[in-house]
Write a protein of this length. Structure first.
Length: 358
């Protein structure tokens, strides 16, 4: 039986961690090993799966001590593949193979982050040692090529989720339209841009009844509250914080907005389509690969407050159009963004497609 080791430096609470948790859950605890460096908010979720877990301190991408520990764990657990999620873990896993670990290394590139020029040179040789590099979007593939990753190593596999079972009894009806924005309260997620757009919407269309549901927490929370007060939006906004049951959030939303300044291939957009909700997003990163303008949602240039306000007005007032893009979005999800499709493509990378993966 082939075993896969999943490495995460920090098991946070984002999309990458969901990706790894979903893969481990599908493959089963007997086929997986988990290695982490620092404690994080999702660590308990990994340990609850009951798989072998090891803490290995990883001090940078060239930590030979960590690589040696990874090699020993591979030998002890009978690991065949290491699946890394970030550059640091990938380089350490590759070093482990140079130290004698008999494994193949897969790296999924989730988020487009700047790399020093040195790594562009190093990538041309180091990544040759990878079995495959999984890119979560075509946009990300383009970025990888610019970072010196050899094209013949890259496979594009879209993120996917299981189709949700929607319990419509959880729907709470109101005379106010519910707009939801889901994500960490940090600069790149575009909350300030959304607030400015909503202020225009409120000033130009005071008759429209709506509320903004902000799901998530982060360093900008207090600053956003001050901005909301300044823009006379506090009465329209609910700062909900971190939510465990996202099912209720999606069911009770009339519109999902992703106002991000930059994104890769976010799970929020996929989830919105899966719940058959109309979506408005900025046209950045991999979002246009999920949100097709006037088909599966609406795209808005980041920072264009007038277009964002007009787009929100259109979706909230034109129920027929909102239903049309929501239906098209669900169809697109079922064809392209299911977990089963992602899993089967990933199993092929592990050469497990013909094996029982339970």
């Amino acid at each position: 039986m082939k075993k896969i080791m999943y490495i995460l430096n920090y098991p946070g609470d984002g999309g990458t961690e969901k990706y790894v948790l979903n893969l481990i859950s599908a493959l089963g605890k007997d086929r997986c090993v988990f290695v982490y460096s620092e404690n994080g908010p999702f660590l308990d979720k990994f340990k609850e799966l009951g798989l072998p877990s090891y803490q290995v301190t990883m001090n940078g991408p060239f930590d030979l001590k960590a690589a040696m520990e990874i090699k020993k764990i591979c030998q002890q657990e009978g690991v065949h593949y290491i699946h890394a999620q970030f550059l640091r873990e990938n380089y350490i896993a590759l070093l482990a193979t140079l130290l004698g670990a008999k494994v193949k290394v897969v790296w999924t590139y989730h988020v487009n982050v700047p790399m020093p020029a040195l790594f562009k040179v190093l990538n041309r040789s180091m990544i040759r040692l990878n079995h495959r590099v999984i890119s979560v979007a075509n946009f990300i593939k383009t970025e990888l090529l610019q970072k010196g990753i050899p094209e013949d190593k890259i496979t594009v596999i879209y993120n996917g989720i299981s189709e949700p079972k929607v319990d419509h009894s959880k729907r709470v009806y109101s005379n106010e339209k519910m707009i939801s924005v889901v994500g960490r309260l940090s600069e790149e997620k575009g909350h300030k841009f959304l607030f400015q757009s909503l202020a225009k919407l409120k000033n130009n269309h005071p008759h429209l009844k709506w509320r903004l549901n902000i799901v998530g927490d982060g360093p900008l929370k207090e600053e956003l509250k001050l901005l909301a007060a300044k823009l006379n939006l506090l009465s329209n906004i609910n700062f909900q914080g971190f939510v465990n049951n996202m099912d209720t959030v999606y069911i009770n939303s009339d519109l999902i907005v992703l106002p991000s300044e930059n994104e890769a291939f976010p799970f929020v957009a996929i989830e919105a389509l899966a719940y058959e909700k109309p979506v408005i997003s900025t046209n950045v990163g991999g979002l246009p690969e999920i949100i097709r303008h006037n088909e599966t949602g609406l795209l808005v240039p980041y920072g264009d407050e007038n277009t964002m306000a007009d787009s929100i007005l259109r979706v909230l007032e034109d129920e027929e159009f909102a239903k049309k893009i929501a239906n098209s979005g669900k169809d697109f999800f079922l064809k392209n963004l299911t977990f089963d499709k992602m899993l089967n493509q990933t199993l092929a990378i592990y050469n497990l497609e013909n094996e029982d993966n339970k």
